[in-house]
Design a protein around this ligand. Structure first.
Ligand code: FAD
Length: 147
């Protein structure tokens, strides 16, 4: 029997410094790791980045999310990692993606910047559902305009 599905949503502060090309290279490395490792753990999800912060959604079984998240949490390329939600999910929302990415040029990232700025990065003022909806909505938008 398949293990029940869970979803984890977190935010963190970017600790990657340097010019745009350096930052992009590091993000590409993160995505390359995710796209190799996540399928092994049966994890799907999406990552959003603006200059100051990351937000990520991970979908999978409880244990597999925990394994992946423990690795991610220790990564020095971000800090102040705060879990906004870790809860059962009825279905995968990013089933086509080992790790979808919405970068600094996306509308989602601009809105994410607004949210984190307005909240002063106070996790009490940030909601997992809000971040999750933002990623889902804008990924669908990006997919439909890329065809
Ligand atoms: P190794 O590649 O053996 O690295 C050893 C240690 O060095 C790890 O702690 C690693 O975090 C750190 N490290 C690796 N490269 C660098 C670097 N260029 N600069 C500084 N430190 C470095 N991984 C996934 O598998 N799935 C994901 O969905 C995922 N999402 C991520 C999202 C964010 C925001 C970040 C910052 C990282 C993410 N990663 C993800 C990468 C993850 O943190 C690990 O680096 C990666 O999984 C490799 O793990 P490893 O144990 O094989 O470490």
């Amino acid at each position: 029997m398949n293990a029940p599905l869970f979803r984890l949503v977190y935010i963190s502060r970017n600790e990657i410094s340097g010019d745009e090309a350096t930052v992009r290279r590091e993000i590409d490395q993160i995505l390359a790791s995710a796209r190799v490792k996540n399928p092994i753990e049966n994890i799907t999800g999406a990552l959003m980045f603006n200059a100051g912060c990351f937000a990520q959604v991970l979908e999978g079984s409880h244990d597999e999310i925990q394994n992946t998240f423990e690795r991610i949490q220790c990564d020095p390329r971000h800090s102040h990692v705060v879990i906004l939600a870790f809860e059962p999910a009825s279905e995968r929302s990013f089933s086509n993606w080992s790790m979808a990415y919405l970068g600094t040029n996306s509308n989602a990232s601009a809105k994410f910047g607004d949210i984190t700025n307005k909240s002063g990065f106070d996790p009490a003022l940030l909601e997992g559902d809000h971040i999750f909806d933002l990623l889902k909505e804008h990924l669908i938008e990006a997919e439909s305009t890329s065809h």
